[in-house]
Write a protein that binds this ligand. Structure first.
Ligand code: NAP
Length: 250
């Protein structure tokens, strides 16, 4: 449990859900973590939890759709920790409607956070990740980045599918620069993102299409991220790792 000693990580959307679990786990593994989020109280709390546990962490307010916010976050990682080894592009939002009910504004908002935010993050962190000598990027896509899901949430599927191929594209671009780039595809995970689905037919449907018959836990995604972040995954790049209770195997 000390696989990331002397490494530094930036986790977007680190205040809640999966990002929180990833930030805590990378810190447990020894990394210094820059926790970023638009939710200041939640993000500060996670950074505080890490420090209380004896780890190193700083919270920075950061909107992943804003390129200036990205420069500031990456500069802060360099200033606080002297560099950046691991970038986790986790921040995301969902959309729930049918395509006929999706406004252009809604569509573009989801694309902006879930897809453009990942592009901006990798571009902003490129120099530091290459300088690291063992850089690792983990992009959080979804099972909905590789399937049509329930035929709803069109912007989310479009964005998560783009993250899957963008990951492979940048993995090739950086393969000889010492930076690995992989995507994780969570199934249905018990986080605040699912709050709007609780008690609805969508919740029943999620369990029906998950062969293991339960929701995943954020810690189960964090375990996959801890593997991809460090040297255990030193020959893994351009991969898509499904942590989904068997969903994609059906
Ligand atoms: P979550 O509980 O809603 O946490 C996401 C965090 O990201 C929230 O704090 C959120 O703030 C923040 N965020 C939203 N927009 C942002 C922005 N523009 N800049 C920075 N931070 C922003 O979601 P989660 O379930 O942990 O999801 C994390 C990632 O996993 C997402 O990419 C999601 O698509 C993916 N994923 C989740 C599931 C699942 O079942 N939960 C399944 C597959 C993939 P707000 O609360 O203000 O939005």
């Amino acid at each position: 449990m000390d696989r990331l000693r002397d490494r530094t990580a930036l986790v977007t959307g680190g205040g809640n859900g999966i990002g929180r679990a990833i930030a805590l786990r990378l810190a447990q593994e020894g990394a210094a973590v820059l926790v970023t989020d638009v939710q200041d109280d939640a993000g500060e709390k996670v950074a505080g939890e890490i420090r209380d546990g004896g780890g190193r962490a700083v919270f920075v307010h950061h909107d992943v759709t804003d390129e200036h916010s990205w420069s500031a976050a990456v500069d802060r990682a360099a200033a606080e920790f002297g560099g950046l080894d691991v970038l986790v592009n986790n921040a995301g939002i969902g959309d729930l409607g049918a395509i006929e009910d999706t406004t252009l504004e809604d569509y573009e908002r989801t694309i902006s956070v879930d897809q453009t935010g990942v592009f901006l993050g990798m571009r902003a962190a490129a120099d530091l990740l290459k300088a690291s000598g063992h850089g690792s990027v983990i992009n959080i896509s979804s099972i909905f980045g590789a399937s049509g899901g329930f035929g709803t949430s069109p912007a989310y599927h479009a964005a998560k599918g783009a993250v899957r191929t963008l990951t492979k594209n940048v993995a090739l671009a950086w393969a000889r620069a010492g930076v690995r780039v992989n995507s994780i595809h969570p199934g249905f995970i018990d986080t605040p993102m699912l709050d709007q689905a609780r008690g609805t037919e969508f919740e029943t449907a999620m369990l029906d299409v998950t062969p293991m018959g339960r929701l995943g836990r954020p810690e189960e995604i964090a375990a996959a991220a801890a593997f991809l972040a460090g040297d255990d995954a030193s020959f893994v790049t351009g991969a898509e790792l499904y942590v989904d209770g068997g969903y994609i195997a059906r």
